[in-house]
Write a protein of this length. Sequence first.
Length: 228
Amino acid sequence: MKRQMTAALTAPYSGMAAVDGAESQARSFDPIEFSARLAVGIVFTLFAIRILVDFLVTGRMTGPLLLASESLVVVFTVFRRSAYFVDRSWQTRVLTSVSMAGPPLVYPAHVTALAPEAITVAISAVGLLVVIAGKLSLGRSFGLLPANRGVVSRGCYRVLRHPIYLGYLITHIAFVAANPTAWNMTLLLVSDAALLRRAVYEERTLARDPEYREYMQRVRWRIVPALF
């Protein structure tokens, strides 16, 4: 009887300890992740310089809109909420690195665009608005590696399970249309393929939570309605 009472009294605290342990693990210093973030930061800085120099020379706006979209990743990463669980497997590390590294490596090109600048700017602006709306809906639950920082089902997440990724795809299409080189097309094709696969891995992590499994039943599509 005494053992049963003791177990009943300590059970809630055991659960809290498990959560605290998970949060501590998520917050612990990871040299591999730090090195990856540092490398991406350097590449992103060089990307920003290229885009801004091209804008000063040509006045084209498609590049700066892509830069604004990608810059939000940095801002929301700094202020993100601690995770209950983070998937640090090598598969997710590779997918995350490839999906993030692609866009900063693209180059503005002085070639004939596939569409007038007014159209590529408009498409890129739509993509940027989708990214902003998605990240405002997500708030501090944003992260890089697949993790559970709480289930979000408000705003854009009532329609799609990964609306931010849709915004990325739209801005990438606009940039390639304005700068159609083999290098840009290959980079964004590979990075976006990794992005789609990354969404699947994220959901494997989140689906451990019964609340997210219920959310998946309500919101059918991940990124592209009627397709994926």
